[in-house]
Design a protein around this ligand. Structure first.
Ligand code: FAD
Ligand code: AMP
Length: 475
């Protein structure tokens, strides 16, 4: 095998592997290096997302939601069950099968595209040389015309709270529980904390979520966050805001979690503790001497708008660079860079990156919130439509939530769409497309939406922005 490549990608997660595939599609010779090892010691491409993030979490969210619905909703449909039970082992096996299938699929994609997969550690050296140390310990120096760094992120640790992989775990550990903990605490009411808390709550864990901030989901539209908090609390998630965790210790009777809130110092004793306080860029042992690649104060690899690092022909994409830590953001950056390397057009529209929280109800948004527009002093109008007025949502027994559109008061350009309700994560795709094409709310108003579908909520919200909604009174 040659040690010279047009492109070497370090990291095979959702930012790195698409970069490698697109570069190969662009007729460049490509190697993709990834060091991920599963708990059983096996190597796997796919990074955090496929192995320990997006995919396994969604698998368990689906299983736990089905159980929850069987328990609480089926009877409403007239579907009677003589007792409902679940089996965590089967859920975990199903999840493992999905993860294996998806991660092995990447190797098939690499083979089809002609990407050389290399399992082991990659380290960038000066002059676009890459030191590759295989999992077998063998070391080689590779040479590339371009290097793409896609080393991802890792869970943020919390001082005073040491992971033991058993009682105190990170998000990966929380996806591997073999049994439902009776008492569970999640530190951090962010996206990951809420999704993991939901999984185990639905399966019966008494779940407390401790969040340092006073505000719930501050990055989301205020109305959405309020509606979400109401539903989550109704589901039994005990969300405590303004609760800053300072320490945790494993004792005989459980994990003692110390936190401070407005009333002073508090202690909570639980069987399992999940630390989900965010993620930080992962660049350990990635950069040798004199590469010219610079990290910023928070440890992210510094890049420009087009993901160029300071070093010539060295690029960085995904969680290891600025911007939201989302798989689809990394994918677009990876693909964009691979096209730029080939002299083609590559661009990421950072104003139209959707965010999704896969809870029930689901939450999704794109663009700006009302709060952001108010702060910016921009004149806007809004239109909302509740899923309670959607025939399809009612038929699905999923009438909770709403769709809200925010548009410029003068030009009518859509500035943001915010959805809480059934399949919000799927519905948001229309909103993203609309924003990508700089659509106006009138454009959406004039677009025919099939009846009865959930997407009619987006249509009606757009109509409501001009007080022309048909299926709700206009205020
Ligand atoms: P990663 O996926 O972290 O991949 C980086 C890869 O590079 C890893 O395999 C790592 O081992 C490898 N690597 C690092 N350094 C080296 C080196 N020097 N040599 C060789 N290999 C190296 N995002 C979403 O968009 N939707 C979701 O639903 C979602 N759910 C999530 C749920 C959980 C529980 C978690 C933890 C995350 C979730 N995310 C989700 C975030 C998503 O996983 C990340 O944004 C995404 O994985 C980032 O992709 P990446 O390629 O930049 O990095
Ligand atoms: P995210 O960054 O979206 O994954 O969310 C992580 C959440 O954890 C944020 O809302 C933080 O405010 C919260 N958080 C961080 N540190 C602590 C802490 N010590 N105690 C409780 N919550 C915390």
């Amino acid at each position: 095998m040659s040690d010279n490549f047009d492109v070497i990608v370090i990291g095979g997660g959702p930012a790195g592997y698409p970069a490698a595939i697109r570069a190969a599609q662009n007729k460049l010779s490509v190697a993709c290096i990834d060091e991920w090892k599963n708990r059983d010691g096996s190597a796997a491409f796919g990074g955090t997302c496929l192995n320990a993030g997006c995919i396994p979490s969604k698998a368990l969210l689906e299983s736990s939601e089905l159980y929850h619905r069987a328990l609480h909703e089926f009877a409403t449909h007239g579907v009677k069950l003589d007792g409902v039970s679940f089996d965590v082992e089967t859920m975990q096996k199903r999840k493992g099968g999905i993860v294996r299938g998806m991660t092995q699929g990447i190797l098939t994609l690499f083979k089809g595209a002609g990407v050389t997969p290399l399992t082991g550690h990659g380290r960038l050296l000066a002059g676009r040389k890459v030191e590759f140390t295989g999992h077998d310990g063998a070391r080689r120096i590779l040479q590339a015309k371009h290097v793409v760094l896609a080393s991802g992120s890792e869970p943020m640790p919390l001082r005073g709270v040491d992971f033991d992989g058993e009682r105190i775990v990170d998000s990966w550990g929380a996806l591997e529980f073999a049994a439902v903990p009776k008492r569970l605490c999640v530190i951090g009411a962010g996206v990951i904390g809420l999704e993991l808390g939901s999984v185990w709550r639905r399966l019966g864990a008494e779940t407390v979520v401790l969040e340092a901030l006073e505000q719930f989901l501050p990055m989301a539209d205020g109305q959405l966050a309020k509606e979400a908090a109401r539903h989550f609390r109704k589901q039994g998630l005990d969300i405590r805001l303004g609760a800053k965790v300072t320490a945790a210790k494993v004792e005989k009777d459980g994990v003692h979690v110390s936190y401070a809130d407005a009333k002073g110092a508090q202690t909570l004793v639980v069987d399992r503790l999940i630390v989900a306080i965010g993620r930080r860029p992962f660049t350990r042992n990635l950069l040798g001497e004199g590469t010219g690649v610079v990290l910023d104060a928070r440890g992210f690899i510094q890049v420009d708008e087009q993901c160029r690092t300071g070093a010539e022909a060295v690029w960085a994409v995904g969680d290891c660079v600025r911007g939201p830590m989302l798989a689809h953001k990394g994918k677009e950056e990876g693909v964009g860079v691979a096209d730029l390397i080939a002299g083609k057009y590559g661009h990421v529209n950072y104003n139209a990156i959707p965010s999704v929280i896969y809870t029930a109800p689901e939450i999704a948004w794109v663009g700006q919130t009302e709060e952001q527009l108010k702060a910016a002093g921009r004149a806007y109008k809004t239109g909302s439509f509740p899923f309670a007025a959607s025939g399809r949502a009612r038929a699905m027994e999923a009438g909770a939530g709403f769709c809200k559109i925010v548009a410029d008061a003068a030009s009518d350009e859509i500035l943001g769409i915010h959805i809480i309700g059934p399949m919000a994560g799927e519905l948001i795709a229309e909103a993203v497309l609309a924003m990508e094409y700089s659509a106006s709310s009138e454009d959406l108003q004039r677009t025919i939406h099939a009846h009865p579908t959930l997407s009619e909520a987006v249509h009606e919200a757009a109509l409501a922005a001009d007080k022309r909604a048909i299926d709700i009174p206009n205020r």
